[in-house]
Design a binder for this molecule. Structure first.
Ligand code: AMP
Ligand code: MG
Length: 486
């Protein structure tokens, strides 16, 4: 057996899920298998590469030991509550336990209809499968907590989206797929008994230290708030915009999940959005902190019955925990952004310096990733031309460079460069490159997809034969929106 499955979630009460087998596909073909991840999880790579492995990863065979289920959850989508979501096109095959004891879900996405499919076909187009593969693995290589890609399979079937496109099955790995929306499922049904079962399960699996706290459920809330506050700051360090921060797309484990209409910014603007359906800018770059706080407030509401028997006391405790979000998020954001300009223990003045740079970048319509990368190069070459050349209006950046260099007088230059090099990536999955890989794949050529994946494995390292992946898109290459048509 490639997998040694356990099924702890399937042992929870019936209200948590619906048992459902994947629906077979016509002619599965492996596109990419993540050997390193498989090995890391103690999965038998040779068996996974065999026809049996392909059959499991396409949904054509249920592995021995797997008890496939679709998980139940609700969620606020763009602010409106949907009590009935759940895995409509995903099926949890089971869990594997890594050598260090950390349990991981193995989930198929695009594996057919479930009782939660509503009017959906339960399938995925190949494009979004490749997109999630590229971006989630890039995020992992960048050091961001994230779900992972174990495999991308072409199904041999077609799906109807905007036109008819080839289908695919994606194998996702996560420390768990439990979301804020999972808690909302039980809260919306006033099922306090199962809410407690869920909270206890989550504490056991993700927050074992909370068990020993005075109030374990409050410690759970605090733990989730801390991980999410830090996660969003990490995204922002890299110019990442999630695009659909609905409460069903925010994990309790603190991993990034659901790479739909997400993208890394090219040109910096704090109000930048990508999703074609985000007309209000709800999930814009700089709004991600406030939205995470809003989502965590919804999470806290679900926990109220567990926090205290006295509802006023429960609300008071939740409010204190939620108030901590802003401080944690801000200090993490400041730490990460001052490191981007080479300053490790950034103070308030250093943060003003960062704000000055971001303002110059907004005004000058400069490329977010290139600016920081070239700033570190300018320190080594003592030449600012390549930085200044990124700005449409150079005055603000020229003035800013003077104040930055003045600040750096008192800091060890080599240290500054080292900090910047490990904070600022050379390579991000630029949207036009992702689109290019998908377009080629739709014509049967997977080489740009593989090449992009390989370059993104070492995002902080200059790769002289891959400089075309560093640069921002030309005007005709710019991808303005990404679609939820997954
Ligand atoms: P997402 O946009 O991936 O976060 O999905 C939101 C909800 O829609 C989840 O409940 C999904 O399971 C469901 N969904 C999305 N696409 C499909 C599909 N093709 N078939 C069935 N359900 C879907
Ligand atoms: Mg989702």
């Amino acid at each position: 057996m490639p997998f040694r499955f356990d099924n702890s979630y399937a042992r929870l009460p019936n209200e948590f899920f619906a048992p459902i087998k994947p629906t077979p596909v016509s002619a599965p073909e492996m596109i990419r298998l993540n050997h390193d991840l498989a090995q890391d999880l103690g999965i038998d790579v040779a068996r996974l590469k065999s026809p049996e492995g392909l059959a499991i990863l396409s949904g054509n065979k249920v592995a021995d030991g797997s008890e496939p289920i679709a998980m139940a959850y609700s969620g606020h989508q763009f602010g409106g509550f949907s009590p009935q979501l759940g895995d409509g096109r995903a099926i949890l095959l089971g869990e594997v336990v890594r050598k260090d004891g950390v349990r991981h879900d193995i989930q198929l996405k695009g594996s057919g209809q479930t009782p939660f499919s509503r009017r959906g076909d339960g399938r995925s187009a190949l494009g979004p499968v490749l997109r999630e593969y590229i971006i989630s693995e890039a995020m992992a290589a960048l050091g961001v907590p994230t779900t992972r890609a174990l495999a991308a399979v072409a199904s041999g079937d077609h799906v109807h989206r905007e036109g008819i496109v080839p289908g695919g099955v994606f194998t996702r790995v996560a420390q768990s797929h439990i979301r804020i929306g999972t808690f909302q499922w039980f809260a919306a049904r006033r099922d306090h008994e199962n809410l407690k079962v869920l909270a206890d399960y989550v504490i056991q699996r993700h927050y074992p230290d909370a068990k020993d706290a005075n109030n374990p459920y409050l410690a759970l809330l605090e733990g989730v708030i801390e991980r999410q506050a830090k996660l969003i700051a990490h995204w922002m360090q890299l110019g990442f915009i999630h695009g659909v921060m609905n409460t069903d797309n925010m994990t309790i484990s603190g991993e990034t999940i659901d790479y739909g209409p997400c993208a890394f910014m090219d040109t910096y603007h704090p109000a930048k959005t990508f999703s074609s359906i985000d007309h209000q800018g709800r999930y814009a770059f700089a709004n991600q902190g406030p939205i995470a706080h809003w989502n965590l407030t919804r999470f806290a509401e679900t926990l109220l019955p567990l926090l205290d028997d006295d509802s006023e006391q429960a609300v008071a405790a939740a409010e204190i925990a939620l108030d901590a979000f802003a401080d944690i998020h801000r200090s993490e954001l400041q730490r990460r952004f001052t490191a981007k300009i080479g300053l490790e223990a950034g103070d308030a003045d250093d943060w003003s310096l960062v704000e000055g740079l971001l303002a110059a970048m907004t005004e000058g319509e400069a490329d977010f990733t290139l600016v920081f990368h070239r700033l570190s190069e300018s320190l080594e070459s003592d030449n600012d031309d390549d930085v200044v050349g990124l700005f449409k209006q150079p005055n603000a950046i020229i003035a800013w460079l003077d104040s930055w260099r003045e600040r750096l007088h008192v800091v060890d230059r080599e240290r500054v460069v080292a900090v910047m090099r490990r904070t600022n990536p050379v390579f991000i999955p630029r949207n036009h490159r992702v689109e290019e890989a998908i377009t080629a794949a739709y014509k049967g050529d997977f080489s740009p997809f593989h090449r992009l994946n390989e370059v993104l494995q070492r995002p902080f390292t200059t790769q002289i034969d891959s400089t075309e992946y560093e640069t921002s898109p030309s005007p005709d290459e710019v991808v303005r929106t990404t679609f939820c048509g997954t």
